[in-house]
Design a protein around this ligand. Structure first.
Ligand SMILES: [Zn+2]
Length: 276
């Protein structure tokens, strides 16, 4: 990191610190995040079963952790009959957003119609309650853009995490108050689409994320690698966010300090209701 990267303030806009792969390492993960200048971590729930763990993290680290609750498109099969009421209840019980929710057309499990209904119900709830929502989208850009672009601008803001959609949709999404975030995939030199999106994202509408423990960055040979999963692959963690910010700065022709300031301001605006 160049000298001007020191003392910068970063926010990790999307992570899953409740994941069992990280649980035994959490003190180190949080200490490294703080040391790297990551001052806020947004943790997204994925199913009713992991919401209590997300609450426990936010309660244990109120100065650091913000949280959202939702049913992730991978886990709709696990939802209970009263899942939407349970979601309303938990959102009424504490400052929180909605997420992770979304569409994923790569699952091939015959549940796409069900998945879209679950997504739409949670998206509608984010409009009704005026809460930010965090979105996942994989290979479903046609339906995702059709849904989002038909809606009025979101009252608080939406975030499509690890954005891999078309660059030419970014401006229209920004007009709907839809933000995008960039993470480990941006560090992969062959990922031309992520790099083009990072260069073209609308000012004020982009953030940074770790998606910990998934989507790890490709680090330089000599960089320190902290946690390795059972599969031998690097686990992502918030401490890598500044490295993504450095690449984003290069792609946008600016400094890491400018990127830290822009992404932190955008995250503070988007997640203002989670800070209460
Ligand atoms: Zn995620």
């Amino acid at each position: 990191m160049p000298p001007d990267s020191q003392n910068l303030v970063w926010i990790d806009a999307h992570s899953h610190l409740q994941d069992p792969r990280l649980a035994p390492h959490l003190p180190g993960v949080l200490a490294r995040a703080r040391a790297a200048g990551v001052r806020r971590l947004h943790v997204d729930g994925t199913c009713e079963a992991d919401w209590p763990a997300v609450c426990a993290l936010a309660d244990a680290h109120p100065d650091l952790i913000l949280c959202s609750f939702g049913v992730h498109p991978w886990f709709i099969r696990d939802r209970s009959a009263r899942w939407l009421l349970n979601l309303r209840d938990i959102l009424a019980s504490r400052p929180a957003g909605i997420g992770e929710i979304g569409l994923d057309a790569r699952l091939d499990d015959g549940l796409d119609a069900d998945r879209e209904a679950v997504f739409r119900a949670q998206l509608e709830l984010s409009y009704e309650l005026a809460l930010p929502a965090s979105l996942h989208c994989r290979d479903a850009w046609g339906p995702m853009l059709e849904i989002l672009l038909a809606l009025p601008p979101h009252p608080v803001g939406l975030l499509i995490h690890a954005y891999s959609g078309p660059a030419n949709a970014l401006a229209a999404l920004a007009e709907k108050n839809v933000h995008v975030s960039f993470g480990g995939t941006l560090t992969r030199p062959k990922n031309a689409r992520a790099r083009e999106n990072a260069a073209r994202a609308t000012a004020g509408r982009f953030l940074l994320e770790s998606d910990a423990p998934d989507l790890p960055p490709t680090l330089p040979e000599d960089a320190e690698k902290h946690l390795i999963g059972d599969d031998g692959k690097l686990l992502s963690e918030p401490a890598y966010v500044p490295a993504v910010g450095q690449i984003l700065a290069d792609l946008r022709g600016t400094t890491p300090g400018d990127i830290a300031a822009q992404t932190t301001a955008a995250a503070n605006r988007l997640f203002a209701k989670l800070l209460a």
